[in-house]
Write a protein that binds this ligand. Sequence first.
Ligand SMILES: Cc1cc2nc3c(=O)[nH]c(=O)nc-3n(C[C@H](O)[C@H](O)[C@H](O)COP(=O)(O)OP(=O)(O)OC[C@H]3O[C@@H](n4cnc5c(N)ncnc54)[C@H](O)[C@@H]3O)c2cc1C
Length: 471
Amino acid sequence: MQRYDVVVIGSGPGGYVCAIRCAQLGLKTACVEKDKTLGGTCLNVGCIPSKALLESSERYEATRHSLAEHGISVAAVSIDLGKMHERRKKIVAQLTGGVDMLFKKNKITRLSGLGRIAKGTTAGYHQVVVTRDDGSEETVEAASVVIATGSVPSNLRGLTIDNDRIVDSTGALELAEVPKHLVLIGAGVIGLELGSVWSRLGAKVTVLEYLDRILPGVDGEVATEAHKILAKQGLEFILGARVEGAEVKGEDVVVKWRSKDDQTHEVTGDRVLVCVGRRPFSDGLGLDAVGVALDNRGRVQIDGEYQTNVAGIFAIGDVTRGAMLAHKAEDEGMAVAEILAGGHGHVNYDAIPSIVYTHPEVAGVGKTEEELVQAGVPFVKGRFKYAPNGRALALGEPDGFVKMLAHKDTDRILGCHIIGAHAGDLIAEVSVAIEFGASSEDLARSCHAHPTLSEIVREAALDCARRAIHK
Ligand SMILES: Cc1cc2nc3c(=O)[nH]c(=O)nc-3n(C[C@H](O)[C@H](O)[C@H](O)COP(=O)(O)OP(=O)(O)OC[C@H]3O[C@@H](n4cnc5c(N)ncnc54)[C@H](O)[C@@H]3O)c2cc1C
């Protein structure tokens, strides 16, 4: 029986990064993956394919609507959806193949099949049974097992995902034609990104959201602005809508929903996209048999060093607590590898940015204003709009603002929330600032190149002390 220092189950951004870091640190490492390609949700059906389609659809939208003011006219603009999908698939293949290459380079054994943890027979070792597609099995031993099995889309009672008329996020990446009317259930990050794709490509999009706001978890002021801008772009929002079921009738789907005043309503579209969150995935892992505990939300329970209640079994990424984000999974993968190699792994959960790749982008790091108010933390707020910034105007991107939150007494940066062009890139400097424990004054005193959008971040930092220059 092959014996490894570490067997990682799952090759998403958590698992593959963990495996690479373990190998770099000299640990004999294997990674089990049930799917044909490495890279998990993120590379195959998540971050990467969605961003490929967001880019294509944004270019289509910009070509149709944003060139005239530059004095550029285009005779006819059309879409070849097949080609757009080909481009998406090529990018995915390039990246998943890249992970394969990195495994080979780092001498990581790839075990193809469904991984299940079983009771070990050798002291100090767990067993991992790998069931291949043809039903054959291979059992290996591991001193440490890292569960990195990620998450899968959640569903609502009363809805059957057929990935034809009623699709989840994976199905929404594959639609072979632009829907006439897409009914989107859920106004969270994934829903609004995919809704934006199909809206830009010509679909009417109606968004049904149970809460009375969009983008739960995002700073309230930023989410309100996003709601306004996306509605202006043509997305129709119905808030406070509890979806109770959907019925396919030929080429149509009738979605039934109930409003807060207990009235029932219907909306009919030709496709329905269900984006109501994701659930941690640990099916078939055999956790019961080895006694690994889950919490009340089905997540693998871990301690401060990512270890489950069973010694030698660890968990990272979407399958455990915290934000379901690729970079959070990656950082945990690196941290656990450092710990397994006898070092110290650490993730600063206050410095993990999150980004919504709509247009404009929405990005945040650290605490939201609501969280600070609720925790009773005294803070100052610096705010600066995109509109007075020269680069924003040159880019034709005057919408949005940066909001900086710093402690009232110490001036330490506690959070930053941005809506506007390239928000996802701008947030990086604030993540680093938070990681270094910087004050808003530190950021405000750092020289920022002109003309760049980063000057808006600096002005927001200056505004914490009411020193913004262009306000
Ligand atoms: C449409 C969409 C867009 C997204 N966009 C972003 C984004 O822009 N930025 C961002 O940060 N996050 C984004 N996410 C979320 C991101 O994809 C996840 O947070 C991330 O993939 C989690 O990584 P992970 O390693 O924990 O798990 P996953 O990526 O889910 O990988 C888990 C892997 O484990 C494998 N597996 C499961 N069980 C077993 C088993 N028993 N044996 C063998 N293999 C197994 C699975 O096949 C899978 O390959 C998006 C998600 C979706 C769906």
